[in-house]
Write a protein that binds this ligand. Structure first.
Ligand code: HEC
Length: 706
């Protein structure tokens, strides 16, 4: 295991060596194909969203509203990580496949948690440190007799489901560009489909299909046009290019397809969600405006060829990091007396969309949280009616809801055909958007074109407190036909877990404040709650073996919100250890006691003798290049070192070696020599020390509400 996992794990369990059981007890995986995924027998969870429609709803009823209070821990498994765990476990033939940090894949006995095998890819940490939002992974896919994992450094790997040995491996990216992969592959008609991320740093998005047997790439669909001089790949790109201007290709354009997919076998359409523009700021990306297809869109293509069929764009001319990569759910809904085949999404922009999945035609949309960038979605055109002040680039900075963390992020929703409700892990996290006048594209850093210094929480206590009180999170039950809330359950803060619903009239969700709970799906009453020690962002699954229903979820808090704000807005649990937690009725296993809270040594460093101007430069560089990992006010949550407590700030030379020269690059701390000169790196040190000296220690943040 790499050093920094342990370093960062100030409060995590010491990791245990990988163990392998002597014999693989379960029989080899039954061969998985489309039929199995569509039929979705109750003893497994065969695909990321359970079925191709990605409803994440199980027909199992053994655990239900009457007996859920008797749910207890059956077993837990240590994933050897103190970073965010976003994986959906995949279960087939009594074996659970789950991924941890660095794409370590574990095969476990789904009844007992006994480890059958593990696979550890050698991750290229320099490529991996391009990851915008933590070293996360959402899980594997299975097909035939293979398990597929897509690695953070851009590879797609096929493993033998029985042994974990590598069958084939393909590099899916150009490693000279800051691509990373966090998503779970899907397998459709023998093709493994995978996209990637990187639009914060500057890439051109695409999604590709690989032959499950051989690893041969069958097709690739680009989500934004490239340089017209190079010729367009197809007519679709020529069509998309009409909605762009300027030299958008120089920074890639963005539009990465880093998460959601769904498939309709009857219509034979593969759907996927497309991300934000690169840079975010449209006045830089496409100066004369335009819709900039296919940013922030749902796109439908033929799974055999990647041929374009339709698109619906949620945020034309996107300029706020409003991705439409969020969970896509297919369902048949009765709307105005007619059964409609719909696709549903709650993207970052705060509106809930119901779209005809055959044609891509707009049916309805309504905001599911407070928003102040658009008044509504026009029923005729299906386009948002924007509030003028929101296009910040030629105006004053604007305090906006939602911000780039989204009204809903990647955390999966669920749809219950029993209640007709969509369950959304919704949140309110405002952000100040402002133009970055001195913008220039710097490879290897975040290139958003927005001013991150004003987006950080202010230093004065009153404004800090006011802004903090605007940050909220809830479990929201949404009626997609009426486009209104049925009920909601308010959590302690934003950034909570994905969702599972069941025919037992239950909804399951974990929270950032380290609980896993069950709710009545019709009323929202909380019926059961378990203290999980670590925060939860992943989505639960359920399966039945030997007539016993299991409910499983991975714990391990992390992701962009936690990296950026987890220090100044703690979730309520200092302990963070990746684990699989599996529950069944009547079980009463206990989690090992968490280690005592780690209180870092904190003797205040001397201030750096530096001009006010240089200090501002240090602040800007920190905001643009460090905040996304080391946190607001240089006060990290503990996933990466908290620089306010780092002894390295006291040693200017060592600071240069770490920050400028890349001394810790192999551990995921990027090298900044191509980005900043020695003076700027020193100015960042001065800024970090000034933050540490402001006395904003943990007590300050934790008692801000007093
Ligand atoms: C992609 C995430 C990421 C970004 C961006 C990032 N860091 Fe780091 N940083 C890390 C990680 C991970 C470590 C821990 C490395 C280890 O364990 O050896 C680290 C470690 C450090 C350390 C060593 C701290 C200690 O006490 O061990 C310093 C200093 C540091 N970073 C400064 C910076 C500065 C300054 C910036 C911006 C110019 C920055 N980092 C940007 C991820 C990041």
């Amino acid at each position: 295991m790499r050093k920094w996992l342990v370093v960062a794990a100030a409060s995590a369990l010491a990791f245990t060596a990988c163990k392998k059981s002597e014999t693989v007890k379960s029989s080899p995986s039954a061969t998985i194909g489309a039929e199995q995924i569509i039929e979705a027998s109750n003893d497994g969870w065969l695909s990321y969203g359970r079925t191709y429609d990605e409803q994440r709803h199980s027909p199992l009823t053994q655990v239900n509203t009457d007996n859920v209070s008797q749910l207890g821990l059956a077993w837990s498994f240590d994933l050897n990580s103190s970073r965010g765990i976003e994986a959906t476990p995949i279960i087939n033939n009594g074996i659970m496949y789950v991924t941890s940090t660095f794409n370590v894949v574990y095969a476990l006995d789904a009844r007992t948690g006994e480890e059958l095998w593990s696979y550890e890819p050698e991750i290229d940490m320099v490529q991996a440190s391009n990851a915008c939002c933590d070293l996360v992974n959402r899980g594997v896919a299975i097909w035939g007799d293979k398990v597929f994992t897509a690695t953070i450094d851009g590879r797609l790997v096929a493993l033998n489901a029985k042994t974990g040995s590598v069958i084939w491996e393909k590099l899916t990216i150009d490693k000279s560009k800051p691509y990373t992969i966090t998503g779970a592959p899907r397998v459709i008609k023998g093709k493994v489909i995978i996209g990637n991320g990187g639009a914060e740093l500057g890439v051109r998005g695409y999604i590709s299909a690989y032959d499950a047997k051989t690893g041969h790439m069958d097709w690739r669909f680009y989500t934004v046009p490239g340089n017209p001089e190079d010729g367009f790949e197809n007519d679709t790109m020529a069509m998309a290019a009409e909605t762009w201007n300027g030299e958008w290709w120089t920074a890639g354009g963005g539009g990465t397809a880093w998460d959601a997919m769904a498939y309709d076998p009857d219509l034979d359409l593969l759907y996927f969600g497309v991300g934000n523009g690169s840079p975010w700021n449209q006045s830089i990306r496409s100066p004369e405006g335009g819709d900039n297809l296919f940013l922030s869109s749902m796109v439908a293509v033929r799974p055999d060829t990647g041929e374009y069929v339709w698109h619906y764009q949620t945020t034309p001319g996107e300029t706020w990091d409003y991705t439409a990569t969020q969970h896509l759910i297919l369902a048949d809904l009765e709307i105005n007396g007619e059964t409609r085949k719909v696709i549903m999404q709650a993207p970052k922009n705060g509106f809930f969309y119901v779209i005809d999945r055959e044609s891509g035609k707009f049916i309805s949309a309504k905001n599911f949280v407070d928003v102040n960038w658009a008044t509504h979605i026009d029923q005729e055109t299906g386009r948002p009616v924007e509030i003028e002040a929101a296009r910040y680039y030629d105006k004053e900075p604007y305090l906006q809801l939602p911000g780039p963390l989204g009204a809903h992020n990647w955390h999966p929703m669920s749809f219950s055909p029993d209640t007709g409700l969509v369950y959304i892990p919704a949140q309110e996290a405002p952000w100040v958007y402002g133009n970055r006048a001195d913008y220039k594209h710097i490879p290897g850093t975040w290139n958003t074109g927005t001013d991150f210094t004003i987006a950080l929480l202010p230093s004065d206590r009153a404004t800090f407190k006011a802004l903090k009180s605007m940050v909220k999170g809830r479990l929201l039950a949404w009626d997609p036909v009426k486009q209104e809330a049925a009920w909601s359950f308010e959590h302690n803060g934003p950034w909570n877990g994905g969702i599972l619903s069941t025919a037992g009239n239950l909804v399951f969700q974990g929270t950032g404040d380290a609980h896993f709970a069950a709710y009545n799906a019709k009323t929202g009453d909380q019926l059961w709650k378990f203290f999980s020690q670590s925060g939860i962002v992943a989505a639960p699954v359920t399966y039945e073996l030997d007539e016993e229903q299991y409910v499983a979820v991975a714990s391990g808090y992390g992701g962009s919100y936690v990296l950026g704000y987890g220090g100044v807005m703690p979730s309520g649990s200092d302990f963070n250890s990746g684990r699989v937690l599996v529950f069944k009725l009547g079980a009463d296993s206990q989690l090992p006691a968490p280690e005592a809270e780690h209180i870092p040594e904190f003797d205040l460093p001397d201030p750096v003798d530096i001009s006010a101007e240089a200090l501002t430069k240090g602040h800007q560089a920190y905001a643009n290049s460090c905040v996304v990992c080391h946190g607001d006010h240089a006060f990290a949550s503990g996933l990466v070192p908290n620089l306010q407590y780092s002894g390295i700030t006291r040693d200017p030379d060592l600071w240069q070696e770490v920050v400028r020269d890349g001394m810790l690059a192999e551990n995921g701390m990027p090298k900044f020599s191509d980005v900043y000169d020695t003076d700027t790196v020193e100015a960042i040190r001065a800024y970090v020390i000034s933050e540490a000296r402001k006395g904003r220690d943990q007590t300050f943040y934790n008692t801000i509400d007093d």
